[in-house]
Write a protein that binds this ligand. Structure first.
Ligand code: UDP
Length: 327
């Protein structure tokens, strides 16, 4: 599959990552249909595409949910390729709306894959580094073991629902050779990401710009790797252009690890902020109903690098600068 003059259906295309992908696909000469119920996505993210920035007829927005099979069927039929990004997102939403989390994640993917199977459409399923759970076997490889906590701790529902999405996608490949590819995104950051659902970087930058305290949860020694959304979009396009991805799972993320405490200090330094950095116990940050944080989250990106030559090129400094400008 190559990009350029194809029609892509992007579920969740009004979200942070989806809207950047939509812009890129249109710039490459494709047509894009966005299906998004604007629950966590925002019309502002696609407004310029929808109001004529995209060449005529090359962008369409449908405001609806991926759980409406009749609507999904229609747009799947119209597309050549489906990128299924729609999902419950962010720790806050996942902890506060547990039923909706499971229903939209699994129900949405099931509907998409059933329609994709009916019309034999190539489908990219967006999964997450959360599926590795609290495994300490870093860097995480796609074929590595997963380690998830008990069902009484709600955080794990997200990881399990996403893992079930992966199983279902791979089952369609196995059973009927539906061309699916699963991508596991690690911490992705950049303009348009909102801190509203708990993500760390937009929250830190927002606090820094207001010279308000920056709240580091736990002891701040937990680490993450932050990848610029435009690097992630490059990776996605590379995978879509390759013919050898069907039935495969790929990590996408940066391999540069930083502790959350150091991230806070970097954000203060790069924004010239007067914010103080405060440590906030997890129970206070997330409430006492079973949140468990991951200590390290480091991807192996050997597999995608080998197939497509991709590696991220934008630094943390550039990321903070872009996020800062976007506020
Ligand atoms: N975090 C923090 N302050 C915040 C938001 C998050 O210290 O205001 C921490 C959080 O506990 C986690 C890390 O930053 O250790 C990354 O959190 P995020 O929710 O962005 O991503 P994830 O935990 O899903 O990798």
């Amino acid at each position: 599959m190559t990009t350029g003059s194809r029609t892509f259906l992007l579920t969740g295309g009004a979200g942070f990552i989806g809207s950047h992908l939509a812009e890129r696909l249109i710039a490459d000469g494709n047509r894009v249909i966005v299906l998004d119920d604007l629950s966590t996505g925002s019309y502002a993210n696609i407004e310029s595409l929808d109001r004529g920035h995209a060449p005529s007829g090359r962008f369409k927005f449908i405001c609806d949910t991926v759980l409406h099979e009749r609507v999904v069927e229609e747009v799947v039929r119209e597309a050549d390729t489906i990128c299924h990004l729609a999902s419950a997102v962010g720790v806050n939403l996942i902890m506060n709306q547990p039923v909706r989390t499971i229903e939209t994640i699994f129900g949405g993917t099931d509907t998409i894959l059933r329609c994709a199977a009916r019309y034999r459409r190539r489908t990219m399923i967006f999964s997450t580094s959360e599926v590795y759970g609290k495994s300490a076997d870093v860097p995480f490889r796609e074929d590595g073991d997963r380690l998830e906590g008990p069902t009484t701790k709600h955080r794990w529902a997200y990881a399990c629902a996403k893992a079930l999405d992966e199983f279902l996608a791979l089952a369609h490949w196995k059973q009927s050779r539906l061309p699916v590819v699963v991508v596991r995104l690690f911490n992705t950051v950049g303009p348009r990401q909102t801190g509203q659902y708990g993500m760390v970087l937009p929250n830190f930058v927002k606090s820094a710009l207001a010279n308000e305290p920056i709240r580091v949860f736990g002891d701040g020694r937990q680490t993450r790797c932050f990848c610029h959304v435009l690097d992630v979009v490059d990776a996605l396009v590379g995978l879509m252009e390759s013919a050898e991805t069907s039935g495969e799972v790929f990590n996408i993320g940066s391999s540069e690890e930083i502790s959350i405490g150091d991230l806070a200090r970097e954000v203060v330094r790069l924004t010239g902020s007067r914010s103080e950095i405060v440590l906030v116990p997890y129970a206070e940050a997330y409430g006492d109903d079973g949140f468990e944080d991951m200590q390290r989250r480091l991807p192996s990106v050997e597999k995608i690098a080998k197939l497509t030559g991709w590696k991220p090129s934008r630094s943390l400094e550039r990321i903070v600068q872009d996020v800062r400008e976007s506020f």
